[in-house]
Write a protein that binds this ligand. Structure first.
Ligand SMILES: [Fe+2]
Length: 268
């Protein structure tokens, strides 16, 4: 397996703080048959801004240690960029590492809303020849309310990455439900661990996700894993046609209820 989203490098973000922890994660990865991992430390302006040169140096040192210890895992470069209006400028200044130096960039949306400049950002990125991968959309509150809002972007070629742990309720029941709805409607295309090193759970969830996904989407399951390989190799991913999806979530129900309440008030 290939993992395109992992915070295993020590001392760069809220992942592990020691090289020993990094090696423990790599040993767990080997055990769960994850043999290539993209290190994606957070790039969050004002908080985490690890430089590409430093990331590459840490990766080189880690890969050397892995080889010496005969651990069959290779670390590759990347960033997870928290989206801001300044992200395009950061890309132009070459401050950002793309996934294994491919055309794919891993982006994180704010948790509570969808930025109004998102379409403009996607357009600017496409003009530059790059492709966005949005990390864990199932954790965004607007997506939880209405998973179907991703449909338009999937049709436009935006890639959405599911966290394996979301399928098992690691981030709560609402995120789990959203994750299943997204898989069921082909609105996510690739799976990753988003391992932060506090435990090896992210990687274990990756290993366990296959069976879970097979229950939801049958033979399409394999695409979640092969797409990770295509991304690392800078190849085109394979997508199923997404389905229109109207959420029947509690929040949507509540929105409609409030709407009819207002209508009733008007009638009075
Ligand atoms: Fe992450």
């Amino acid at each position: 397996m290939f993992d395109i989203h992992n915070h295993l490098l020590a001392g760069l973000d809220d992942g592990p703080q020691t090289q020993e922890e990094t090696l423990e994660i790599c040993k767990a990865a080997e055990e769960f048959e994850v043999h290539k991992i993209v290190a994606t430390p957070h790039y969050l302006e004002g908080q985490y801004e690890p430089e590409g040169e430093l990331i590459r140096k840490k990766i080189e040192e880690t890969n050397d240690t892995l080889q010496k210890n005969n651990i069959q895992v290779e670390i590759l470069p990347g960033h997870e960029v928290y989206l801001s209006e300044n992200t395009i400028n950061k890309i132009k200044k070459e401050d950002i590492l793309f996934i294994n130096d491919s055309k794919y960039i891993l982006l994180e949306l704010p948790m509570n809303y969808i930025p109004e400049y998102l379409d403009e950002f996607f357009y600017d990125l496409s003009v530059m020849g790059y492709k966005p991968i949005i990390a864990h959309p199932e954790r965004n509150k607007e997506v939880i309310k209405n998973p179907g809002i991703l449909y338009r972007w999937v049709k436009e070629g935006v890639i959405f990455q599911l966290n394996a742990g979301s399928l098992f309720g690691v981030y709560g029941p609402e995120v789990k439900k959203c994750a299943i709805d997204l898989v069921d409607n082909y609105l996510v295309q690739v799976i990753a661990s988003d391992c932060h090193g506090e435990s090896m759970a992210g990687l274990e969830w990756m290993a366990r996700a296959k069976r879970k996904l097979e229950d939801i989407c049958g033979s399409y399951t394999i695409q979640f894993f092969t797409n990770a390989e295509y991304i690392i190799n800078d190849e085109e991913i394979i997508c199923e046609e997404p389905t229109h999806f109207e959420s029947k979530s509690f929040w949507n129900f509540l929105d409609k209820f409030n709407f009819s309440e207002r209508d009733n008030t008007k009638k009075d």
